[in-house]
Design a protein. Structure first.
Length: 459
């Protein structure tokens, strides 16, 4: 008997340990882990000597072909593959019409999900989707019973922007999610506080991006997180806090979490690697909501990742061109930036190379925990029988980030010129080599839509 591929000579990494060994892949699935001589012969043998062999990154927070991104699934997934990401979870926005790119109420949540599945047909990596409730309608609540048990168990809600929900309606969504065993995925910033402070900036002519962080302060994030997580706990729903950016919000979630069986949270690559000084240096390019915070907040992200009170590191990838960011006043800039291609290497460099995190911790934060948190038992692991989503990673190679390499439609990088140690050498998605030595080597469309199960967080 022979198998398709054996990756031998490297150090395998799981969320629990590293060990010398080899990995056998057949028909898209991991079929053996162990000493190379114990594994079957292979059509292809990949020499991973001196390299780490790890499960592909699972990024549970990306914007692709949605209201916050000009990327198509093809362009975003090529960027993902080059950066070691083998599964992404994007968003299906209730009410958003992809033809007009406007929220006109024309798409119900199930229709929005079907529409994302169609737009993802040219994806190179696997993709799932969170539903996003953006309207306060009874029909939308009824639709959750169709969506949550059928492959989309997580539902995003905003506390800010036009798509934001009132606390009262959010309470109703949490009640439904509790009954359906779904997960509430929360963007928490107190919208009214942010609006008032934004208006003050406009009135006072504070259009320079250095004033931007003060318009969306840390306490506004913590306030909204406190409201939302309390409602989740009281109604019995699971709660996942996205893009936690600051000490105050992380402490709110830590206080609510107990054993992680009801409350989990992420931070993002940019909140672990950049602080608010970027607005003087880069203008609106790194304009995210929430904003980059103080150096102490960056330290807080690592303290909470280390302590386990933050579970996941995502990118919040949004694709915009540099031209669309060239505005006189920061409030005219789109919010977000592209990170799918650079996020994992940059986070590895900061967490492992600079701060001494171990490889198992890295794999847990970017792969195993997001897969387990969002109902993807075939992902985030090297266990035989699961999908052969595998990255071969050279821990010693150094390179300089250059947006000229971008596969995303976004033509800049907030990490431009940053030298990082550690480079993704090969990326396999279900056993197929999709990126090799910085080049895309498979055709778009290899990626599949992943129907997710309702996750068990008590495990
Ligand atoms: Zn986002």
């Amino acid at each position: 008997m022979s198998v398709d591929t054996v990756i031998a000579g490297g150090t395998l990494v799981t969320a629990d340990r590293t060990f010398e060994g080899a990995l056998a892949i057949d028909d898209g699935t991991i079929v053996g882990v162990g000493a190379a001589e114990q594994l079957p012969d292979a059509d292809d043998v990949v020499d991973a000597t001196g390299k780490y062999v790890m499960p592909g990154v699972v990024d549970p927070h990306v914007h692709v072909a949605d209201p916050f991104s000009i990327d198509s699934y093809e362009t975003a997934s090529k960027a993902a593959a080059l950066g070691g990401t083998t599964t992404v979870i994007g968003f299906a926005f209730q009410g958003w019409n992809p033809a007009t790119e406007a929220f006109d109420g024309s798409y119900s949540l199930p229709e929005a999900i079907d529409s994302v599945r169609e737009r993802g047909a040219d994806s190179l990596v696997d993709f799932g989707v969170h539903g996003a409730v953006t309207e306060e309608t009874d029909e939308g609540l009824e639709d959750l019973a169709e969506v949550v048990p059928n492959g989309v168990p997580s539902i995003k809600m905003f506390t800010a922007y036009d798509v934001g929900l009132s606390n009262g309606f959010m309470h109703r969504v949490f009640e439904r999610l509790a009954a359906l065993d779904g997960v509430g995925v929360l963007h928490t910033e107190d919208g009214s506080v942010c609006d008032v402070l934004t208006e003050a900036c406009k009135r006072e002519g504070k259009g320079d991006p250095v004033h931007y962080p003060a318009s969306r302060p840390d306490y506004a994030e913590a306030m909204a997180a406190d409201d939302a997580v309390r409602m989740a706990l009281e109604t019995g729903a699971k709660y996942y806090g996205i893009h936690t950016s600051c000490r105050k919000a992380a402490e709110v979630l830590e206080a609510a979490r107990e054993d992680g069986s009801r409350v989990r949270a992420e931070t993002c690559v940019h909140f672990t690697t950049l602080d608010e000084s970027v607005y003087a240096e880069q203008g609106t390019l790194p304009l995210f909501a929430p904003p980059m915070r103080t150096p102490d907040d960056v330290e807080a992200m690592f303290e909470h990742l280390q302590a386990g009170s933050l579970d996941v590191v995502s990118t919040d990838h949004c694709a915009y061109t540099e031209a669309s960011k060239q505005v006189d006043d920061w409030w005219d800039s789109p919010f977000g930036a592209n990170l799918l291609q650079t996020g994992f290497p940059v986070f590895h460099d900061e967490a492992v190379t600079q701060r001494g995190f171990g490889y198992p911790t890295l794999v847990r934060l970017v792969s195993t925990a997001p897969a387990q948190t969002f109902g993807l038992p075939e992902k985030g692991t090297l266990t035989p029988g699961t999908d052969a989503d595998v990255v071969v990673f050279d821990p010693d190679a150094s390179y300089t980030i250059d947006a000229a390499d971008n596969e995303s439609k976004a033509d800049f990088s907030i990490f431009e010129g940053r030298e990082v140690t550690g480079r993704v050498e090969k990326t396999f998605v279900r056993g197929t080599l999709v990126a090799d030595d910085g080049e895309i080597v498979a055709d778009p469309g290899h990626g599949q839509f992943v129907e997710r199960i309702q996750p068990d967080w008590s495990a």
